[in-house]
Design a binder for this molecule. Structure first.
Ligand SMILES: *Cc1c(COP(=O)(O)O)cnc(C)c1O
Length: 371
């Protein structure tokens, strides 16, 4: 049996009629730009995330870029971010005019280490991008405490973590809720995926919300009047319509991912060559990825490929090791937990529609490799 890493067709089959109706409705109205669905989606995602404002935009990358642009970074201004993440985290810092300062991760959760953040703060530090990697939140309350002490902006890169939550002092907080701004991606492979690119920013700050709403529309709230230079970064009404159909299913889809993860955890327990992912006790994980550490990882990947089992390595090269950041001069070994992760991780199929038989095939293929 072959098993894909992600099966978007299977998901589409479950919601096809409603999606087609929603798309057709936009088409009939020819309401492609900033139609009613965009504001509805902004309100719904803000509400899900305990945020006062939601501002839709063209991608998760832009959802990171615009809040960083709003900071008005000057040459030499530093923004701290983990090195073990998708490229957009650091690309946005660079494109906003900042210098990325890469820090190491907590080896258990793969998330940014707050101690490493603290150790990297300098007088030039303006902001921190805290990434909630693979679907569980970083220790955002610790990062926020540092931000208050050092007067820093915090952007939560919640591209992989929409609807994830974390308990702080007995209270649940949603991904994106506590930072200065939170960034979501609706890239098709994220837990809430559009039919193309899309993103959203959330914030509790009224002034920042209206600033971001302007920045995505060429810097003007009123058409043809521009207070500053922004860009074109809107979410299409068609995408918002798809996302509004999908949003009510998100909690059940994430719960299904958690069930699959628990079944893998059980199946891999006792296999010394496999280290299942660790969930921080304060977190509710949404498993955008189920990422194990594996001995002889590259051989395992080749074995799974030959058996038709979907897998991917997120990420094979950390950001401080990228050719485009060579000028930042990070020596090999400078971020040891990050570098170890790039050599050891592999992600397995955990999409909501994964059947028991498919999961059995994945488990069998992985365990057979080490038998
Ligand atoms: C997907 C992703 C982004 C970028 O989102 P796009 O919608 O693809 O632009 C940013 N950060 C992380 C961690 C991501 O996984």
């Amino acid at each position: 049996m072959t098993v894909p890493l992600l099966d978007l067709v299977a998901q589409y089959q479950t919601i096809k009629d409603d999606v087609q109706k929603a798309l057709l409705s936009v088409v009939e109205r020819q309401s492609f730009i900033m139609g009613a669905e965009v504001a509805q989606l902004e309100a719904a995602v803000a509400s899900l995330s305990n945020a006062k404002h939601g501002i839709a935009c063209a991608s998760g990358t832009d959802a990171l870029l615009l809040p960083l642009k709003a900071l008005g970074l000057q040459p030499g201004d530093e923004v701290i971010a983990p090195s073990f993440t998708f490229f957009a985290t650091a690309g946005a810092i660079h494109n906003a005019g900042g210098t990325p300062v890469f820090v190491d991760i907590d080896p258990d959760t793969f998330n940014v280490s707050h101690q490493a953040v603290e150790a990297s703060i300098t007088p030039r530090t303006r902001a921190v991008v805290a990434v909630h990697l693979f679907g569980q939140m970083a220790a955002i309350e610790r990062v926020m405490a540092l931000a208050v002490r050092h007067d820093l902006t915090v952007i939560e890169d919640a591209a992989q973590a929409i609807g994830a939550r974390r308990q702080v002092d007995g209270e649940w907080h949603m991904a994106g809720e506590l930072g200065t701004a939170g960034a979501f991606s609706f890239f098709p492979s994220k837990n809430l995926g559009a039919f193309g690119d899309g993103g959203m920013m959330i914030t509790q700050d009224d002034a920042l919300a209206s600033r971001l709403a302007k920045l995505r529309l060429h810097g003007g709230a009123k058409q043809y009047h521009h207070e500053e230079v922004g860009t074109n970064s809107r979410l299409d009404t068609l995408q918002a319509a798809v996302l509004l159909v999908k949003l009510p299913y998100l909690a059940a889809w994430s719960a299904a991912r958690r069930r699959h993860a628990a079944r893998y955890d059980e199946a891999f327990a006792g296999h010394s060559a496999i280290c299942p992912p660790v969930t921080d006790g304060a977190n509710e994980h949404i498993y955008n990825q189920y990422t194990i550490r594996a001995e002889r990882r590259d051989e395992l990947q080749a074995h799974l490929k030959s058996r038709g089992i979907g897998q991917a390595i997120y990420y094979p090269l950390a950001l401080h090791q990228q050719p485009c950041f060579a000028h930042l001069d990070y020596a090999e070994g400078s971020l040891p937990h990050t570098e170890a992760a790039t050599r050891e991780v592999i992600s397995l199929p955990v999409f909501p529609e994964l059947t028991e038989a498919q999961q059995d095939a994945v488990i069998e293929a992985v365990t057979a490799f080490y038998a």
